[in-house]
Design a protein around this ligand. Structure first.
Ligand code: GLC
Length: 724
């Protein structure tokens, strides 16, 4: 439908119909849904008229597959006066039915192609089930592992997050939303800086300067939008004292005016009405007013708009033009998705059964789970000899809880458990004994005794420990980020048996590894590896795959260190400075400043030797970039992948500058003995930053380039940016 037709459609709509187009409701409100009429819990407080339901613009969370989506759309179109189709939106975060590793794990793969592929597959499975829009990618920068939603982000670095944001948008949306009905529109979230909630407590206050917001937190959202992301979702938190959902400066001035975003802006669940408890709206009428003034097009799951905007338009408080603009953005998105030509788009029950959880999709999930796992420690006990007798101990030994949060469309029953993944690799089940040892947070003497017995009879212990997925994800915040005490006691008991211990961790956040770090001879961070998790871990533990993941988020020494991240400032009293005093420096009395494991860290079964780090010159200009080159050799005996990283430090800026900033990376695959020369170009654009007046530019002066396998173990080379 061209824009004239959309405009004429808009002009036919009554004010009631326009305002209802701005409403998004969950499926129980809709005829034809599998949970039709189940208006319970938070839905029960919503008093939505039949008229408004008939005119609602979009559906939240359709999870009943193609049949349900078709039924809902058919019933809706019979009743909607102008035949305006519904938009179906859902949280397809790391897979639809085939569940991939959680995004924080994918961030550790540093594999943009595999990340894009995971989004393509998720889109295919979602689109064939009738989904039009996914509330993904979540690109919130995270520095506080107490926050439950760090699992949903790709980590602590603005550049890496931006690269993954673009890859996910490419994967979800493809190149032609209208004609490729196996793609879905993406919705970048949560705008903005939701990951900076104080204390790592969900929904909590975010306080930061506009300069830090622009420097560290906004780049990844911008990257998603530059890649063509169709939608933006508001964050629950305040930004500089104003909730994002009613923040005109953030949404109108920056997002729409400065960045030129003219797509659909949706509130997060209930975030319009939450302006009341935030304390910037006395009632729902004021909440509605502030949200529409901020340019929020769709109100998710509250009814402030449909209950109050009509009166505000009729009284002249709100210009009808604002409503028209929002409706037009929604109609335009529906048109981009081809819904006016085909309101059922890709929904296809027959194809759905064939496509969803297909072998190809599972294989892709398995490969990405291998690449997302991070080998944190290995005293040589890995890979495991297949002839060894293994005791598989711990609450994750035989658990389907490997999908992680935001995977309710997946199936824990169909997920490959660790036991099954290991058994598939072994020559006899007599060599593998599983014994839980304890639950996630509780345990019995009998469970412990069973585990001790199994371990005593084994050559090696695989300890499968972690957090239940409810201990992570939205509202899954923890002040103590160690493994649950009962699991640490199990580990200590196993340690007493004086046998090799391989720990496999299933968790959604960087943990305080006290109680498992010293006790284990090897530690594999598996995160929540998804549907094929057991197989992927089996691939790694037996050496059929060589781990290559690198941490996208620092592992703190303890929670007392948080927030701890690699791209920190130096302070005026850094530890270890030449003239540093013993006491009066920035330090703790009881723990080190450095994290236990830094950003970019990850081991391999082979080793990589770096040599001949060189710069093409010691000065550069805006038109004469530099080239950093380094030789990397696989100096071990097993083929492997290495992620070579380039960081830059600005020695002296108008404002303080981070000790290091990731500017590029390259992933190499090398056979034993093979050597490759890696080159990075350093451009003047890489040296730009937000100055005190928020201007984004570089300064002439001294810099250091760092190259290496992680953000800590690097070789540095000085250079200077000079005028032409
Ligand atoms: C939730 C989340 C958001 C999600 C939305 C719809 O509260 O904050 O990420 O997309 O509601 O489920």
């Amino acid at each position: 439908m061209n824009s004239q037709k959309l405009t004429s459609l808009l002009n036919e709509m009554t004010l009631d119909e326009k305002i209802a187009q701005l409403l998004q409701l969950a499926t129980p409100f809709f005829e034809g849904s599998k949970d039709e009429g189940q208006i319970t819990g938070p839905l029960a407080s919503m008093n939505i008229s039949d008229e408004n339901i008939i005119n609602t613009g979009s559906v939240l969370g359709a999870s009943g597959g193609a049949k349900e989506a078709i039924n809902i759309q058919k019933a809706h179109l019979k009743k909607n006066r102008l035949g305006i189709p519904l938009l179906f939106m859902a949280d397809v975060i790391h897979g639809y039915k085939t569940i991939f590793p959680v995004p924080l794990a994918i961030g550790c793969s540093w594999d943009l192609d595999k990340a894009q592929q995971s989004a393509e597959i998720a889109a295919k499975e979602a689109a064939v089930a009738g989904v039009h829009v996914t509330f993904s990618p979540m690109v919130d920068l995270v520095r506080d592992p107490r926050w439950g939603r760090v699992m949903e982000s790709t980590g602590e670095d603005p550049f890496l997050n931006g690269e993954f944001a673009k890859a996910f948008v490419r994967g979800f949306q493809g190149k032609d939303l209208k004609h490729n009905t196996d793609s879905v529109a993406a919705c970048v979230k949560h705008f903005a800086a939701y990951g900076a909630a104080e204390g790592g407590r969900d929904y909590n206050t975010v306080n930061m300067s506009e300069r830090q917001l622009r420097e560290s937190y906004l780049p990844a959202y911008k990257a998603a939008l530059d890649e063509g992301c169709e939608m933006v979702m508001t964050a629950f938190n305040t930004v500089d004292g104003i909730p994002a959902t009613g923040n005109v400066k953030l949404m109108r001035d920056l997002l729409r005016e400065e960045w030129g975003f003219d797509g659909v802006l949706i509130s997060d669940w209930g975030a319009v009405k939450e302006m009341i408890p935030h304390g910037v709206a006395e009632d729902e009428a004021e909440a509605a007013y502030k949200a529409i003034q901020a340019g929020v097009d769709i109100e998710m799951m509250t009814s402030c708009y449909v209950d109050h905007l009509k009166k505000q338009v009729e009284s002249g408080k709100v210009e009808e033009k604002l409503i028209d603009e929002s409706v037009m953005r929604i109609l335009t998105l529906k048109d981009k998705l081809g819904l006016f030509e085909n309101p059922f788009r890709g929904a296809d029950e027959a194809l759905e059964n064939e496509l969803v959880m297909s072998e190809d999709h599972r294989q892709a999930a398995r490969e990405l789970a291998v690449k997302s796992s991070v080998l944190l420690k290995n005293n040589g006990v890995l890979p495991i000899n297949r002839e060894k007798k293994i005791a598989l101990v711990g609450p994750f030994a035989q658990s389907g809880d490997v999908l992680g949060p935001w995977s309710f469309l997946g199936s824990k029953e169909k997920a490959v458990q660790l036991y099954d993944g290991l058994l598939a690799k072994m020559n006899s089940s007599l060599l593998l004994t599983a014994a839980k040892g304890c639950e996630i947070e509780t345990g019995t003497e009998e469970q412990l005794a069973e585990a001790v017995k199994a371990a005593k009879e084994a050559d090696l212990i695989v300890l499968a420990l972690g957090e239940a997925s409810e201990m992570s994800g939205e509202a899954g915040c923890r002040a103590d980020i160690r493994l649950p005490q009962i699991q640490l006691e199990l580990a200590a008991k196993m340690k007493e048996l004086d046998k090799p211990i391989v720990a496999v961790l299933f968790n959604g956040r960087p943990l305080d590894l006290h109680g498992i770090w010293e006790e284990s001879d090897a530690i594999l961070e598996a995160w929540y590896p998804g549907t094929e998790g057991g197989n992927a871990i089996g691939d790694i533990l037996f050496g059929d795959a060589n781990p290559s993941g690198k941490l996208a988020m620092s592992f703190p020494h303890s929670v007392g260190q948080v927030p701890v991240y690699y791209n920190h400032f130096n302070t005026g009293r850094p530890q270890g400075a030449p003239d540093a005093q013993e006491r009066y420096v920035s330090q703790y009395l009881d723990i080190p400043n450095e994290p236990l494991l830094p950003f970019g860290y990850g081991l391999s079964y082979t080793s990589f030797a770096y040599s001949n780090e060189t710069l093409s010159d010691v000065t550069m200009t805006a038109t004469k970039p530099l080239t950093v080159s380094v030789e990397v050799q696989n100096s071990g005996s097993m083929a492997g992948e290495e992620i070579v990283q380039l960081y830059i430090r600005d020695i002296s800026g108008e404002v303080v500058r981070p000790m290091k900033e990731l500017k590029s990376f390259k992933k190499l695959s090398l056979q034993p003995g093979e050597k490759a020369t890696v080159e990075f170009e350093i451009t003047e654009e890489m040296l730009r930053y937000h100055h005190a007046d928020l201007s984004f530019k570089s300064d002439i002066g001294k810099f250091i380039a760092f190259v290496g396998p992680n953000s800590r173990d690097t070789v540095e080379m000085a250079f200077e940016l000079v005028n032409e």
